[in-house]
Design a protein. Structure first.
Length: 126
């Protein structure tokens, strides 16, 4: 196989990177997690934890469809766990090449109920 063919095949197999957008509720979730952890474990740990979640969200942009889809939520909602300590709910907007983080839940939060509630509010402004 020539190097030209290898380069073409490799480029075609490369995942498409999309841009990352956080919804207001996701940003509020991150702030609430940071506040909760800071109160219980200190500001340094809280900052590190939230930064790692943000890094994980950025990593989702490379293979954006790796999160599991779940029946019962809006079409296209994907769920990605983070170290068994958080759940990231997102959608992939293929038309605009972006990954939209809808919500971020800490361990033990009822994300099923929250996402269903968010579905009820889907027509409300963000």
């Amino acid at each position: 196989m020539s190097s030209r063919v290898c380069a073409t095949v490799t480029r075609d197999l490369m995942p498409k990177t999309v841009s990352l957008v956080f919804r207001r509720k996701a940003l509020a979730d991150l702030l609430a997690l940071r506040t909760h952890i800071a109160e219980n474990a200190g500001h340094d740990r809280a900052g590190i934890f939230v930064a790692r979640i943000e890094d994980h969200c950025r990593s989702l942009t490379l293979f954006s469809k790796r999160g599991a889809t779940r029946a019962g939520f809006s079409p296209g909602v994907r769920i990605a766990p983070f170290r068994r300590q958080a759940i990231i709910a997102y959608i992939v907007d293929e038309a605009r090449d972006r990954l939209i983080v809808l919500r971020v839940f800490g361990a033990g939060q009822d994300y099923d109920a929250a996402l269903r509630s968010d579905d009820d509010d889907a027509d409300a402004p963000d």
